[in-house]
Design a protein around this ligand. Structure first.
Ligand code: ARG
Length: 457
């Protein structure tokens, strides 16, 4: 008989060794021990309050559960595969500690609503940690943008030099992305923070549970309204994984820039020794492994999202054991996001910007060609025409190996008589940046305003 199992009553034969290993989740869901115990304490208190079990017994159960948490934290106990999952492991330990009254804890509860609760609580805790890391990253972006205010660099489209921008403006672009990432996590937290407990296996329970009380004890915003939905869905976990995937997409783009900006070819910045590693064969190498790994780890977060969506696709309601596979992608993405945010914060703080190199990169590539076209448009030339004239000027420059600013007024006027002395200013880098005064543009005034706003926030 599978006597060593909590569910062994109706079984004749022992569980096959492979099956025991194959079905056990304890090697990974041990990570949920704090949430599992918190949920059980709240459930026990409610059972006592509702007189479903004697109050005294509920109190004993609750304090034994706290003691178990300490035992796990201090490494005093470990669990083996025969305990299947964290829920059974804690319960078994409870019964060892308080005797058979420990067996009353599971009254009016199923592992199906229990595991859904644990995962929701876990996500809430992880999101809180992630949000703290995000605020650190954003703070560092803001401080560097403030410190580097005034540095001009080429902005790119298609990885071709396009128009000059303030480096601060560039950095603040990431601040905006991270702000939206935070929103996505807050959103995911709100949807996760609802209690499924009381759903039982799937149909609700025959005991007079106080579901709202349990939710309140756990600091949750409400209870799931449908018991079948409560144990069936993992959309809240997919929300979290999506937020993780988008975060890594942003961090990966930032990392990509750290990698190629620190190359000899770009030379826009260098990363400090403390954030680089060497090569085992090439003594001269200093490699940007941190941003490379953040970029590489993005694959996990995308994969984890697709993993869960695929697990859930086509599952009939309600709980199916497939759903045990929900945990590892969630754990992996949570860890990856946290590590990547820590790495990003170090990169943002540590990068050493080469202002000179950024500025000289603006000298080639006709970065102010749009400004020349705008200049003509301001003099009454229709923009489309102005664009064409400027295009011809750029071609002339290329043919004569000149930059825009090398052209004499005479040369310029040969393309259009309305070009005057004031064109010099119009095509200067500082002018180009300064004139971009639209809200959200790179004009120093606007960037300064945004910095102030973000500081106040
Ligand atoms: N370890 C299981 C999981 O992670 C817990 C729920 C098991 N429920 C069941 N009826 N076998 O999904």
């Amino acid at each position: 008989m599978a006597k060593n199992k909590a569910w062994g009553g109706r079984f004749g034969d022992r569980t096959d060794r492979f099956v025991e290993e194959f079905t056990a989740s304890i090697p990974f869901d041990i990570l949920l021990y704090r949430q599992d115990i918190a949920g059980s304490i709240a459930h026990a208190r409610m059972l006592g309050k509702q007189k479903i079990i004697p109050r005294k017994e509920a109190d004993r159960i609750a304090s034994a559960l706290s003691a178990i948490r300490e035992e796990i934290e201090s490494g005093k106990i470990s669990f083996d595969l025969s305990q299947e999952d964290i829920h059974m492991a804690v319960e078994r330990r409870l019964i060892r500690k308080v005797g058979k009254i420990g067996g009353k804890l599971h009254t009016g509860r199923s592992r199906n609503d229990q595991v859904a609760l644990d995962l929701r609580l876990y996500l809430r805790d992880e999101i809180d940690e992630i949000l703290i890391l995000f605020s650190k990253v954003k703070e560092r972006v803001r401080l560097r943008a403030e410190e580097l205010f005034g540095v001009v660099m080429p902005g790119y489209t298609h990885v071709q030099r396009a128009q000059p921008v303030l480096l601060s403006h560039y950095l603040l672009a990431y601040h905006e992305m991270f702000g939206r990432d935070e929103d996505r996590f807050r959103d995911a937290r709100r949807r996760a923070n609802v209690s499924p407990l009381g759903a039982g296996a799937l149909a609700g329970t025959t005991f007079p549970l106080d579901r709202e009380f349990v939710a309140g004890e756990l600091g949750m915003e409400g209870v799931c309204e449908n018991s079948i939905d409560a144990v069936s869905d993992r959309d809240f976990a997919a929300d979290f994984l999506y937020a993780c995937a988008v975060t890594l997409m942003h961090l990966s783009r930032f990392s990509e820039e750290m990698v190629y900006w620190s190359s000899a070819e770009f030379g826009f910045l260098s990363l400090p020794d403390s954030l680089c590693t060497g090569s085992s064969i090439m003594p001269q190498k200093r490699n940007p492994d941190v941003p490379e790994l953040i970029r590489g780890k993005t694959g996990r977060c995308y994969g984890n999202l697709l993993n869960l969506l695929t697990i859930m696709k086509g599952l009939p309601l309600s709980y199916n054991r497939d759903m045990q596979e929900d945990k590892e992608p969630v754990f992996d993405s949570a860890r990856t996001v946290k590590e990547s945010l820590i790495g990003a914060a170090l990169l943002i703080q540590g990068m050493v910007v080469n202002e000179e190199r950024m500025r000289t990169a603006c000298d080639d590539g006709f970065l102010t060609a749009t400004d020349l076209a705008d200049y003509l448009a301001r003099k009454g030339v229709p923009f489309r025409k102005a664009h064409e004239i400027t295009g011809r000027i750029v071609r002339y420059c290329e043919e004569n190996r000149k930059r825009l600013k090398d052209l004499s007024l005479k040369e310029l006027r040969s393309f259009h008589p309305r070009i005057g002395e004031d064109v010099r200013d119009a095509i200067s880098l500082s002018h180009s940046v300064r004139l971009r005064k639209t809200r959200g543009g790179t004009g120093p005034e606007k960037v300064r305003n945004r910095l102030e706003e973000l500081k106040k926030k």
